[in-house]
Design a protein around this ligand. Structure first.
Ligand code: ADP
Ligand code: ZN
Length: 743
């Protein structure tokens, strides 16, 4: 295509990334008035019948399109770029690597309020703080106004408060504040939200043990050197990895630099935030899905201005801009929740590594059970490996034993050996933690007359019986219905609940151990915001004796008093078809085992299984991660599986059974594999029907990542331009997953 010169020099042409699912940018004429367009600023543009806010990718003098047909953009919104340079490069890389539309990637990287066109800097908000009079008065004066008293007490921890600090409370706080203002205790003003340092009791630095000190020393040197390098900190559970991160964070602070500390799920880590705040008396912000739009914008702003020195966040924090980033730490780097499962399916850990490279700073990945990808990179020397082989306290690693269910059948999920161990532990006044990755009461309601089970009518799955809510629920599509009295197939009144969920185990424990304080932690018991954190705190504080829970309880927690960990059911995962199942099971078992015996006494772990001979148990009993990883890596290498080969999964779904499969079969014909790329046959998904839609998938594998990327990019371009192909694609819902976690 020939380039047409723009003859009218007064109006430049701007190339804009618009948030639409198309892998291209769009040219517009610059608006005649208003702010000068520059790369990285937001801009309002007419798009079809809509007005969209996009990001300026380039300002140029010519276009591939006839100038006369270009529309004029409406308004430039920013006088500066939204993203910092390294973030910008990272986002461009993300769009290339995941073959995602650049406009969608750039939109994903902005807080919602910015996407909606609000100013970059958060608007000033109503703020209150104590007056000198309020500070010097005796608070006993407020004894008869309990709400006012409570508010004044909050000012002892926070220098200022805003309406959002009261959002979970009843409306009467407004009157209490007004009363305090009229008494002259409190003053009100409009403030640019500032970050305040939480006033918590500072914690002393711990004396690092030699293993910790060695790792800390290399991190401190790396931070000071300001050079990209990827470090893998492999430390057994309780080895004190956090203390080593802290040494590195201190080094960044010493150089006036920010640290991004990434965690898999913020709901699970209030403990970490508290530890960070106690240790460093600097402004900390958190970024996670529980923030409202305004809070998110604020956190983003504080990271961008550099006012926040430590940013703790889940995967979305990876999109934050920074004024002077000096270090990235990814804790529990193996955790699957770093992978985004819809929209742009990025992996936040991989993105973090790229980002560290563009900033020219070190990154530390930490885990007791590293992902095979990271571990292989450490073995090959691409990452520097640091090992903490011992627990930091005097505690030994727990003793892991199997309970053979073939000889010791369980009742309500609990075998006689498990019950006995629980009894002994409780008698010794220690805590018990029981892990069962299945919420609800029973996973199946079965008719003993016609042998049929109660199924979800929208999915290929059984409905789970929930006794507490008195409902049948589908854990795949969210369907909820009444518990039937009669079999839906034959009408017999012989329905029996089969299998164990956390609720059934909880009931059984209440009967067996009526004196014990029980706490069930799963998604049903923690629906309210903040509830999970409260429950974990109860458990930590020793206010409960037995904790029963799903994977919510396995991750990274430091529960001081747990002496016994019981794993009630693993057999389903032992023989799964998913290629990552074994890796994930091993990680989960070692993580949950790691909750036991974190103080002086040696902890005990009991795993119930019908398959005691399965090889995974030998390495688990030895806590031998490297033997296990070595074995699994050898298998993966022989099969050409990741990290030795590269996978992409094309998924499609449709309300019509054949349509998704047909789309993928046609895709297989249209794909032109580069050398080393293999396209498998389109097959139905493991659960073919979900939420009323039929799902299918197509696996594409490659020896080289570049070949995989090129093959798919060519196909996507074809799909975007070929009328027939476009029509087929529009008839189904489809998505492309690079480095899929499971399939
Ligand atoms: P990890 O993250 O590796 O599981 P943590 O950092 O949570 O381990 O540490 C486990 C426990 O050991 C914590 O209670 C921590 O305070 C303690 N700890 C860590 N390092 C030391 C040390 N050098 N001396 C004494 N206690 C330590
Ligand atoms: Zn369903």
């Amino acid at each position: 295509m020939t380039l047409l010169q723009n003859t009218d020099k007064s109006s430049a042409i701007i190339c804009v990334a618009v948030p639409v699912p198309l892998r291209q940018t769009f040219d517009f004429l610059a608006p005649q008035t208003g702010i000068q367009p520059q790369r990285g600023a937001r801009i309002k543009v007419p798009f079809g019948s809509r007005t969209l806010i996009g990001i300026i990718v380039a300002v140029k003098q010519d276009s591939e399109y006839p100038i006369a047909r270009l529309k004029t953009a409406l308004e430039v919104l920013d006088t500066e770029a939204v993203f910092d340079e390294p973030l910008w490069s990272t986002l461009e890389w993300l769009a290339r690597y995941y073959l995602a539309p650049i406009g969608e990637v750039l939109a994903l990287a902005q807080p919602v309020l910015l996407r909606q066109g609000e100013a970059l800097s958060p608007t000033s908000i109503k703020t209150w703080s104590l007056t000198d009079h309020g500070r010097s008065s005796a608070i006993e004066e407020l004894n008869r106004a309990p709400l006012q008293l409570a508010i004044v007490k909050r000012f002892m921890r926070h220098t200022s408060l805003s309406p959002s600090d009261f959002k979970d409370e009843s409306a009467s706080w407004r009157q209490a504040i007004s009363a305090l203002v009229s008494k002259g205790w409190v003053e009100e003003y409009a403030a640019q939200p500032r970050l305040v340092v939480s006033r918590v009791e500072p914690a002393a630095e711990l004396q690092l043990n030699p293993e910790q000190a060695a790792a800390a020393k290399s991190f401190v040197t790396a931070v000071a050197a300001r050079e990209f390098a990827c470090h893998l900190l492999h430390g057994v559970t309780g080895s004190g990895k956090t203390e080593v991160y802290f040494a590195a964070i201190q080094a960044a602070l010493d150089q006036q630099q920010q640290t991004l500390l990434m965690v898999p799920e913020i709901g699970l880590t209030p403990q970490l935030i508290e530890r960070v705040e106690r240790r460093f008396q600097v402004p900390v912000v958190t970024m996670h899905s529980n923030l409202n739009d305004r809070e998110r914008h604020l956190a983003w702003w504080h990271a961008r201005t550099g006012e926040a020195k430590i940013i703790i966040g889940t995967r979305s924090a990876m999109f934050s801009p920074f004024a002077n980033l000096g270090l990235i730490v990814v804790d529990e780097e193996h955790d699957n929740s770093f992978k985004q499962q819809d929209g742009v399916r990025y992996h936040a850990r991989d993105m973090a590594i790229y980002r560290a490279k563009t900033h020219g700073i070190p990154i530390v990945l930490g885990s007791a059970t590293p992902s095979l990808e990271s571990y292989a990179n450490a073995l090959s020397g691409r990452y520097q490996l640091h090992t903490l082989g011992h627990r930091a306290t005097s505690a030994e690693l727990p003793k892991i034993q199997l309970v053979d269910l073939a000889h010791q059948p369980s009742n309500d999920g609990l075998s006689p050996a498990m019950l006995e161990a629980i009894k002994i532990t409780l008698a010794a006044k220690k805590q018990v933690m029981l892990f069962l990755n299945r919420r609800g009461y029973a996973p199946v309601l079965f008719c003993s007359s016609c042998k049929q089970a109660c199924k979800c009518h929208r999915c290929d799955s059984y409905l789970t019986l929930h006794r507490r809510a008195y409902k049948m629920r589908c854990h795949h599509c969210g369907y909820e219905g009444r518990i039937p009295e009669l079999c839906g197939h034959c009408g017999a009144k012989e329905l029996v609940d089969v299998g164990d969920g956390t609720q059934r185990v909880e009931d059984a424990l209440a009967l067996r151990f009526p004196e014990a304080r029980l706490l069930r932690i799963d998604r049903d018991s923690t629906r309210r915001k903040g509830e999970l954190a409260e429950m974990l705190e109860l458990a930590r504080a020793g206010e409960v004796d037995i904790i029963v829970g799903t994977q919510l309880i396995t991750k990274g927690h430091d529960f001081p008093d747990i002496a016994l960990v019981g794993v009630l059911e693993v057999d389903q995962s032992l023989y799964s078809t998913d290629f990552r199942a074994t890796e994930n099971l091993f990680q989960q078992l070692l993580q949950v085992a790691g909750r036991a015996g974190r103080r002086e006494q040696v902890g005990q772990v009991l795993i119930q299984t019908r398959f005691t001979e399965h090889p995974i148990f030998e390495t688990i009993r030895q806590h031998d991660f490297s033997a296990f990883a070595g074995q699994l890596l050898a298998e993966r290498e022989a099969a050409g599986f990741p990290p030795f080969g590269y996978f992409a999964l094309l998924r499609a779904e449709s309300p019509h059974q054949a349509q998704a499969l047909q789309f993928l079969r046609k895709a297989k014909q249209d794909l032109q594999p580069c050398a080393g790329v293999m396209v498998f046959d389109a097959i139905p998904a493991p659960m073919e029907r979900r939420a009323g839609r039929y799902r299918a998938q197509l696996l594409i594998t490659a020896e080289q990542r570049s070949g995989l990327n090129a093959t798919l990019a060519t196909w996507l371009d074809f799909l975007a331009h070929d009328t027939e192909a476009k029509k087929r694609a529009n008839a189904v819902r489809w998505s492309l997953d690079i480095d899929p976690q499971d399939f």
